[in-house]
Structures are given as structure tokens and as C-alpha cells.
Design a protein around this ligand. Sequence first.
Ligand code: OAD
Length: 248
Amino acid sequence: MSNPSLIEQIDTVVEKLSIAKSVVVFTGAGVSKESGVPTFRDKDGLWQKLKPEELANFNAFLKNPDRVTEWYSHRRKIMNEVQPNPGHYAIAEMEKLFEKFCVITQNVDNLHQRAGTKKIFELHGNLERNYCIKCKKLRDLKGHYSSTAIKCECGGLIRPDVVWFGEFLPQDQYAGAVAAAENCDVFFSVGTSAVVYPAANMPIYARQSGAFVVEVNVDYTELSHYANITLLGKSGEILPMIIKKLRV
Ligand code: OAD
């Protein structure tokens, strides 16, 4: 028997969605690629050119706050210059179609929120938020891109509110995400290599709890053998196709 075509696979997913009460969409850097935000592990990804331990790490920040601040300012600038893509908008549209729906994202780029998604768990923080490591006060850095360290009035260094290697995930976000993953009917894993834990537990928890797990990715990943279906293609193309069929 030949493998099902992409259209046949999408029809299967739409069938599952037509009886689903609760849907979760788990996303990674790939969902923002078509907006122009680089991923981490693709051949042109950030971690091919840069060392995570020199940038996404608290000790690295203390050792060289200028360099880390400059890098995050650069990423914040990119993120503010780009726009959400059809994949983000399709996900925001899905929220209106189901009784229970949420996004669980590893992305810090704020693009889901800008596309209109309301219910979202941010597992790795958000680059829009920044705070002082000493007094913990939030600082609004909108439009302020710096190539040197930024200091609070109290003298403390300002850092982005993102999760660095070796740090805990925000516990409320993680607990909410686990509960959603364990209680959904259909779970999408979109644009993620699914190798960074504990975030990568989400599709596993969903599948173990009986959800139908759909992967959307341009390539096969660590998750593919575990997902019920892998839809191969760009999320900005596949997700709008699903929404279109759901509306018919
Ligand atoms: P990765 O860079 O590891 O993976 C991106 C995935 O997106 C890959 O599997 C690509 O095949 C896929 N992809 C690329 N373009 C796509 C497209 N147009 N449509 C669909 N899929 C596409 O990024 P993440 O899985 O998000 O953590 O990485 C996880 C975490 O590792 C990040 O949150 C970050 C990083 O270190 C922290 O900073 C804590």
C-alpha cells in the first residue's frame, strides 16, 4: 500500500479535529522561520554560528554583560521588525474554533501574541520583558537597543526574562502547560526539533494521555516516530490548509 498523500493526512487530522473538544498547539522556532526569525539547530540556525554557553547562560552574562546584552538587543530588534506569518495567524484562528485551546511555546519572540493568540504558556520566557537581577523590577526596553550592558537605578544589571541554560522553567507556565498537554484530544507539535527538555516532554505527555499527536515540520525529528502523524511542510502553508478545511 502506498503512503498517504499530504492531503489525505490533512483530511485525517481535520477529522480528528472535528470531534475534538480540547486542542493544544506546541511550537518552536520553526513556526517563526517564515517571518524571518532564525531557528537554533537548522543548518543556518543560531547555534551553528554561536555558542549557547557564551550567550544563553547566567555566568556568561555576569562575565561579559556587554556581549550578552548586545546579542539579546539584536534579537529583540529582529523580532520587532518582523511580522507574524500565516502559521501564527492560523494558530490564532484555531483558538476561536475549540471549546478549550491553548498554545504552549518555546519561542520568546512574542509573535503568537501579536497574531492574536490569547491563551499561551511561555515555557522559555519572552524577550519583550526585561528585569533587574538585583531588585527584580521589570524594565521597559521598547525601542532601546544597546551594545553595552544596561543598568537599573539600583545598580543591578538588566537581563531579558528568558530561560537560560541551567535555569528552571517558570513553574506556573510549566505546570499549566503539562495540565493542558495531559488533557487534550489533539496535540500539535509545530516547528520544533523536540530535543530540549523539559519542554520536549509535552508531546510525550499528550500521547501518553491518549491525545492524537500531529507533528508539523519541514523535516522528520526525534518526535516523528512517536507522533501519530507527521505533516511534512512549512507551518505557514500547512496550518492555513487545515484551517481552510475546518471552516468548510
Ligand atoms: P530548533 O532550531 O531546534 O528547531 C527548529 C525546527 O523547526 C526544526 O525541526 C526545523 O526542521 C523546523 N522548521 C524550520 N523551518 C520550518 C517551517 N517553516 N515550518 C515548520 N518547521 C520548520 O528550535 P526549537 O525546537 O524551538 O531554548 O529549539 C528549542 C529550544 O532550543 C529553544 O527554545 C531555545 C533553544 O536553545 C532556549 O533558549 C532555552
